[in-house]
Design a binder for this molecule. Sequence first.
Ligand SMILES: Nc1ncnc2c1ncn2[C@@H]1O[C@H](COP(=O)(O)OP(=O)(O)O)[C@@H](O)[C@H]1O
Ligand SMILES: [Mg+2]
Length: 393
Amino acid sequence: MDSVTKRYPDGTVAVDRLSLEIPDRSITVLVGPSGCGKTTTLRMINRMVEPTEGSILLDGEDIQRRPVTALRRSMGYVIQNAGLFQHRTIVDNIATVPRMLGWGKQRARERAAELMQRVGLDTSLARRYPYQLSGGQQQRVGVARALAADPPVLLMDEPFSAVDPVVRKGLQDELLRIQEELGKTIVFVTHDIDEAIKLGTMVAVLREGGRLAQYAPPAELLSAPADRFVEDFLGADRGIRRLSFFDSAALKLTTDSVVPADATADRIAAAPDPYLLVTDADGRPLGWAERDGQAGGDLAAERLLPYGRPFVPGADSLRVALDCAVLSPTGWAVAVDDGGRVTGVVSQQTIGEAIRAAHTERAAHTERAAHTERSAHTGSRTHPRKDEAGVAE
Ligand SMILES: Nc1ncnc2c1ncn2[C@@H]1O[C@H](COP(=O)(O)OP(=O)(O)O)[C@@H](O)[C@H]1O
Ligand SMILES: [Mg+2]
């Protein structure tokens, strides 16, 4: 989008000289308070709204030069409350565009069934009508319908805003999975900053009057908000939330105080820390015991303190690791492998040191990236994929 402005006939400036380079095959989120021009921006991309000034290029070509029907067919569109045809069955809703494109009924229905599975809907729902589905299920149908003709671009306008938080989380996870599998270019509108941070490879924060406040990857928004407006919009605990983008793999674990339930008195006495993490015969955590005053032989017979929630280094973020330590009665987090076996423990203090190191390293990296960008002014930039596992927290 190159300096795009939309002034409605009544004089309202909904979008003001907006320039954005939207990377393909990733999710770009437009976020901002109500009335800041998100829907208008999205609708200019498929020409449901025409800009007053500026131009929008798709793969380098001005969309004004494309026939509007062809343009819209290359862009699936999903809205809040799904916008399904109430008098059509689920399968026929999903098959709408393929049928319009002249596909045979059988082929269109097969495609619809395939898409139902893709978006996590049981195909037994195919013959139902929209009112016979839950809000979350209807929203999935909306996504399936938008994907039916396999468009390279998906435009989504607050698609998950009307469903409850648990269902919303499921839909968000599903969207990340679908994007990973299908590699669509998705432009996603929301007023929910947490949703933006979770889903976006790039996030454009808009302010009232349709002006761009900041355009950056989520981790950068959290670490370096451009101004007070963005900072306020991000909310109070951005420092903690930012830890979602840091890997826990580099945490230095210790096993010196991890002991089996049948540890001998000598082994216990050799432990350097006041608390012992006791494991069963398979190496799974049982709980914490005080080191001092233990005779040894059967620690599991003791009244153990709960070990809380363990984390998986590499799969979980530093935010999860810190949360585990904060929740632990000893202030130590328990690390486990995929199979739930203890790989070590780590103190709050060590996690704190890792956080500081990660910040320093990230700042240096950002500085280097900024330098590279200044010295090389090629148009395209690549955006690193972010740690989804961490973001899910
Ligand atoms: N058809 C229209 N005519 C006049 N003003 C409009 C029209 N559509 C939207 N607006 C105004 O443009 C601004 C941006 O609207 P919109 O793009 O819907 O914002 P958002 O999706 O961020 O809530 C708002 O002030 C809204 O009232
Ligand atoms: Mg809107």
